[in-house]
Design a protein. Structure first.
Ligand code: CS2
Ligand code: MG
Length: 405
């Protein structure tokens, strides 16, 4: 089944998304998410200039060979930009194979390992009280797991909080230059344990709680934070330290039994190998697009399962609904699936461009059994929302030191 055309769409229904559409000679098409927050156009160029020309005319069924061809054939392997581009093509090819087989993709992987996908929601706020109110709402809605993030007092802009904006799209879609935020490790370390203490006092231990440090600590600081949080029995603490230094997770592991999650910035199985085989982490957060596609992600899941490490895919606002649906299939299949990050059902603009159906019941996500991923992209609607350059924030210590990972 020859690949006849490949289109790359960039639109901004609230925030920027890059969507790849691979079209075969009989008109069957597949979708992939190539969004890389703050570097979208670099991925577009990689796709249009370097990938599309060498895929036209190839057999869309040869997913594994095309992946190896794009990854090894590039010579310059790895890296966030190239893997987001390769990942989107791979996703589109799996969507096509599912449609041609008239099966949902999870069936091609070996079928369902569970009835629905357990998710964790985002409870954040400017104060502990606001975070706990939001947590209470999630518990009432039946969520089984919730991430808590709170603005650190006397600090301008803390990761994971809304900074007064109504939603993530308003927050992330309007940063013409990287906002500069001030970070204080001491203030953070003195504050976060209190957040979880009050959460457990108010809601008990039935609800699973997690937190994203966003790689802002050194290994020994992260070890101390994890120990301080031990009494509150977190599901996991995420990105306690940067993954650039895998040994950092060894240090934390030697100090605490708080479960550790990382990997949203892993681009290949090799980025995860050392931490998994040394049992330094408990959850892998790699998303299908950023990990280079479903082809490598299912290998990563199998490798992780050998070490009793579970999958907890990244599900931030800068991963498009195409990725949300790909994760539904991956998570329904993966025997070692743990929990999926879920930020909600999008906005009217987003749902005008991306058409899909998922349903949340008692903290689990469900979907219909449609061939492929079960999502469509409305090109006419996307034209209404042109790309708008926007950046991620950077963090500096109070003395001005750049402290961003
Ligand atoms: C975060 C992301 O959701 C998460 O776990 O780490 O929000 C992350 O900051 C963004 O995806 C970066 O683009
Ligand atoms: Mg994260």
């Amino acid at each position: 089944m020859k690949i006849k055309d490949i289109k790359v769409f960039v639109c901004c229904p609230g925030r920027n998304f890059v969507t790849v559409k691979v079209i075969t000679e009989d008109g069957t098409y597949g979708l992939g998410d190539a969004t890389l927050n703050g570097r979208e156009m670099a991925v577009v160029a990689y796709l249009e200039e370097h990938i599309v020309p060498c895929l036209l005319g190839r057999d869309a069924h040869q997913i594994e060979d095309i992946w190896q061809y794009l990854y090894k054939g590039a010579y310059w392997q790895n890296g966030a930009v190239s893997m987001a581009a390769i990942g989107a093509i791979d996703m589109a090819l799996w969507d096509i194979k599912g449609k041609l087989a008239n099966m949902p993709v999870y069936q091609l992987l070996g079928g369902k390992s569970r009835k629905g996908v357990t998710v964790y929601g985002h409870a954040n706020g400017e104060t502990i009280e606001e975070v706990l109110n939001n947590l209470g709402t999630f518990i009432k809605e039946g969520y089984k797991a919730v991430r808590l993030q709170c603005t650190i007092p006397n600090t301008k802009g803390t990761y994971g909080t809304m900074e007064g904006k109504k939603n993530y799209y308003e927050l992330q879609g309007n940063r013409p230059l990287p906002p500069e935020q001030v970070w204080s490790t001491d203030r953070y370390m003195n504050f976060i344990p209190e957040l979880f203490k009050q959460a457990r006092e108010k809601f008990g231990y039935e609800i699973a709680l997690c937190h994203d440090v966003h790689s802002r600590l050194t290994p020994i600081e992260a070890s101390r934070l994890c120990k301080l949080l031990e009494p509150y029995k977190l599901l996991f603490i995420e990105d306690a330290v940067t993954t650039e230094n895998a040994e950092g997770y060894k240090v934390i592991r030697e100090h605490t039994d708080t479960p550790l999650a990382t990997g949203e910035k892993f681009n290949t199985l090799w980025d995860a190998k050392e931490m998994i085989q040394n049992q330094w982490i408990d959850y892998v957060r790699t998303a299908v697009p950023h990990g280079g596609g479903l082809t490598p992600l299912k290998k990563l899941a199998d490798f992780a399962s050998l070490h009793h490490v579970r999958m907890a895919p990244h599900g931030a606002p800068d991963l498009s609904p195409v990725c949300v649906m790909a994760h539904m299939h991956f998570n329904l299949w993966a025997p070692n699936f743990g929990v999926q990050e879920f930020i909600g059902f999008g906005t009217p603009e987003l749902n005008e461009v991306f058409q899909y159906k998922i349903e949340l019941k008692e903290g689990l996500l469900y979907m219909d059994d449609k061939p492929g991923w079960g999502i469509d992209f409305v090109e006419e609607a996307a034209k209404k929302y042109p790309y708008k350059r926007s950046y991620l924030p950077v963090n500096r210590l109070e003395d001005g030191t750049l402290w961003n990972w």
